[in-house]
Design a protein around this ligand. Structure first.
Ligand code: IPM
Ligand code: MG
Length: 369
C-alpha cells in the first residue's frame, strides 16, 4: 500500500518523538512491503520563528494533500506573550479545523507491565481500557463571540460555549460506533445541571442512542466523572464529551497509565486525519533524549488503523509496544517502583521497531511450517 504522510514535528520534544514514530512506520513499511513517504513541514513555534505564522499556507496545503498527518507537539514558552491567534497553539487549532477533524479519539490503555508506574494502586488501574471521544471543533475553543475588551476596572474577557445539534450528533455517532464495536457501554459526560449546551448535548445523545439499541448509555456530570476515573477506571468503556471537558479529562486519565507520554490520539472525521500524542511540547526536557516516544508511536499505530485501514500492522505496533514494556524497558517518566532498564527516546523507538520485525519474522516462520 502507498501512503503519503505529512510529518509536523513542531516544538519542544515534538521532533524527538515524531522521529521515533517515523522510525516505527518505516519498519512497518519494510516488514510488510508498503510504500510510505514522509514530508516534513513547520507548525507552531517552529513555524513562527521561520515564517511568522504558526500554520504557514505551505504546511496546510501539504497536510490537505496528504493521506494523513503525524504531529509531534506545539507550544513554545518564548511565544507565550503573543495574542491568541498568533500563538503556536493557534497553528494546531487551525489545522484541526481546516482538516475538519471533529472527533478526537484518545485511547487510555493501562498495560499490566507498567501498572506500578501509576501513583494509583496497581489493582485499581490494571486492565483499565477507556476510549475518550472528545469533540474537537466546537465549544469554548472555537465559540464566538470571544474577546478581551474595555479598560480599567471594567476591562473584561469572555468566551462562548456553543454547540448546535449537528455538531453534537456527528461526534456522538463516532462514539456510539466505537462503543458498539467494543462491547456496548457509553458514558456521555456533561454539566447538564448548569449549562444549556450540556442539556442540548444530552437530548441529542439520547436521540442518537435510539439507533444503537445494543449500546448502554449513561450520563455523568464532568465533576463526578473526574472522580470516578480515579476511583474505578474499569467502569468506563467509551467516554463521549465536549472539547474542553475532554481536554481536561484526558490529561487526568493519563495518570492511570503512569505518564502523559503514553497517550496517543487520532483526530478524525474530515478530509484528512491528524495523529498526535496527547502530551505537550515539554520544553524543560526538549533535546535531552529523555522524552517518552510511546505516545507518538501509538499515534502512528492509530494512523495505520484508521487512515490506512491496516489493522494487522496497527495491532502489531501495539503488540510491539507491549512487548518492549514487558521486557522491562522504560523511559524516565514511567520508571515505576521496581528495577527496570531506563532508556532514552531513540533507544525506546529502536526497541519497538526491532520488536515489530521479530513479530513479523515469527509470523512468517509460523506460516512456513
Ligand atoms: C491537547 C492540547 C491542545 C488542546 C493545546 C496544545 C491547544 O492540550 O491536544 O490536548 O487544548 O487541545
Ligand atoms: Mg490537552
Amino acid at each position: 500500500m502507498k501512503l503519503n504522510i505529512t510529518v509536523l514535528p513542531g516544538d519542544g520534544i515534538g521532533p524527538e518523538v515524531t522521529r521515533e514514530a517515523v522510525r516505527v512506520l518505516r519498519a512497518v513499511a519494510e516488514v510488510y512491503g508498503h510504500d510510505f513517504s514522509f514530508e516534513e513541514h513547520l507548525i507552531g513555534g517552529a513555524a513562527i520563528a521561520e515564517t511568522g505564522s504558526p500554520l504557514p499556507p505551505s504546511t496546510l496545503d501539504a497536510c490537505l494533500a496528504s493521506d494523513a498527518v503525524l504531529l509531534g507537539a506545539v507550544g513554545a514558552p518564548q511565544f507565550d506573550g503573543l495574542a491568541g491567534e498568533k500563538r503556536p497553539e493557534a497553528g494546531l487549532l487551525g489545522l484541526r479545523s481546516a482538516c475538519g477533524a471533529f472527533a478526537n479519539l484518545r485511547p487510555i490503555v493501562c498495560y499490566d507491565a507498567t501498572a506500578d508506574s501509576s501513583p494509583l494502586k496497581a489493582e485499581v488501574v490494571k486492565g483499565a481500557d477507556v476510549l475518550i471521544v472528545r469533540e474537537l471543533l466546537g465549544g469554548l475553543y472555537f465559540g464566538e463571540p470571544r474577546a478581551i475588551q474595555g479598560e480599567g476596572a471594567t476591562r473584561e474577557a469572555f468566551n462562548t460555549m456553543r454547540y448546535n445539534e449537528a455538531e453534537v450528533e456527528r461526534v456522538a455517532r463516532v462514539a456510539f460506533e466505537a462503543a458498539a464495536a467494543r462491547g456496548g457501554k457509553l458514558t456521555s459526560v456533561d454539566k447538564a445541571n448548569v449549562l444549556e449546551t450540556s442539556r442540548l448535548w444530552r437530548e441529542v445523545v439520547n436521540r442518537v442512542a435510539r439507533e444503537y439499541p445494543q449500546v448502554r448509555v449513561e450520563h455523568m456530570y464532568v465533576d463526578a466523572c473526574a472522580m470516578h476515573l480515579m476511583l474505578n477506571p474499569r467502569r468506563f468503556e467509551v467516554i463521549l464529551t465536549e472539547n474542553l471537558f475532554g481536554d481536561i479529562l484526558s490529561d487526568e486519565a493519563a495518570v492511570l497509565t503512569g505518564s502523559l507520554g503514553m497517550l496517543a490520539s487520532a483526530s478524525v472525521g474530515g478530509g484528512t486525519d491528524v495523529y498526535e500524542p496527547v502530551h505537550g511540547s515539554a520544553p524543560d526536557i526538549a533535546g535531552a533524549g529523555l522524552a517518552n516516544p510511546l505516545g507518538a508511536i501509538a499515534s502512528a499505530a492509530l494512523l495505520l488503523r484508521y487512515s490506512a485501514k491496516l489493522e494487522q500492522e496497527a495491532a502489531d505496533v501495539e503488540a510491539s509496544i507491549r512487548a518492549v514494556l514487558e521486557r522491562g524497558y522504560r523511559t524516565a517518566d514511567i520508571q515505576g517502583r521496581t528495577g527496570k532498564y531506563i532508556v532514552g527516546t531513540e533507544e525506546m523507538g529502536t526497541l519497538v521497531a526491532e520488536a515489530l520485525a521479530e513479530l513479523a519474522d515469527m509470523r512468517h516462520a509460523y506460516h512456513a511450517v
